[in-house]
Design a protein around this ligand. Sequence first.
Ligand SMILES: NC(=O)c1ccc[n+]([C@@H]2O[C@H](COP(=O)([O-])OP(=O)(O)OC[C@H]3O[C@@H](n4cnc5c(N)ncnc54)[C@H](OP(=O)(O)O)[C@@H]3O)[C@@H](O)[C@H]2O)c1
Length: 259
Amino acid sequence: MSAASARPVALVTGSSRGIGLAVAEALAREGFAVAVNGPADDAELAAAVERIAAHGVPVAAAPFDVAAVAGHAAALDAVEQALGPLTTLVNNAGVGVLKRGDMLDVSEESWDRCFAVNAKAMFFLSQAFARRLLARSRAPLFHSIVNVTSSNAVAVAEQRAEYCASKAAAAMVSKTLAVRLGRENIAVYDVQPGLIATEMTAPVIAAYRERAAQGLTLFPRVGEPDEVGTLVASLATGRLPYTTGLSIPADAGMLVPRF
Ligand SMILES: NC(=O)c1ccc[n+]([C@@H]2O[C@H](COP(=O)([O-])OP(=O)(O)OC[C@H]3O[C@@H](n4cnc5c(N)ncnc54)[C@H](OP(=O)(O)O)[C@@H]3O)[C@@H](O)[C@H]2O)c1
């Protein structure tokens, strides 16, 4: 594929494992060139790069800490140097709380960490991404930002107050981006996963599986990273035409109001 035939290029933050890695794979299956990100240039990132490369698409390792805002421009430069002009940003990197428990005991450190990675990084990386898109001609490729927030953007988990607050902020970042970038024909989506089996949820997955089986989710099971990956790739390829600013629960109907 020549540069002129313009292959879409995606940066997926936090794609060294979990949902981000599944998103990177789903995008590779769609023919995207993919920049794989984690905070460190380590064996996990190298393994993820190898896994994406097996799909036969261009791939680059993009090790950087998304919370280090001053490094964003250089990180995007490096990705574009390796893969060409970016079309797609998936803000997926996220962290949980340092300690589950009563919100009356939440530490400032855990609050700041949740907000730095889950909300602030998404805002400023999107800003850096949008600035470079606006500075060049973009047609005819589809351009988008897909943010991975959480069911906790809208539903309280009492033991993880600071995570919920950071995800609610991230969901609003998504909406504000959609408003600003609509006139530029850049679509912005907010994907809100529910209970997905990854390392992040490993300590509680047995309890989640039980609650899902008992009806917490309408499909009586937890989700797999690939399911979120396929959803994100559908959005990033423009398969929901004439849409932007959507918050899409990937939660098997967990938050459908019932009584
Ligand atoms: N799993 C769920 O049920 C669920 C539900 C709702 C929302 N989510 C959200 O979905 C996203 C992915 O979650 P997951 O379950 O796949 O989590 P995960 O298995 O813990 O993976 C998180 C990924 O983000 C990376 N990361 C963390 N901090 C980073 C930083 N500062 N800079 C760059 N990369 C960073 C991690 O890299 P390292 O491996 O090097 O740490 C890892 O690749 C998160 O935003 C999470 O909040 C997950």
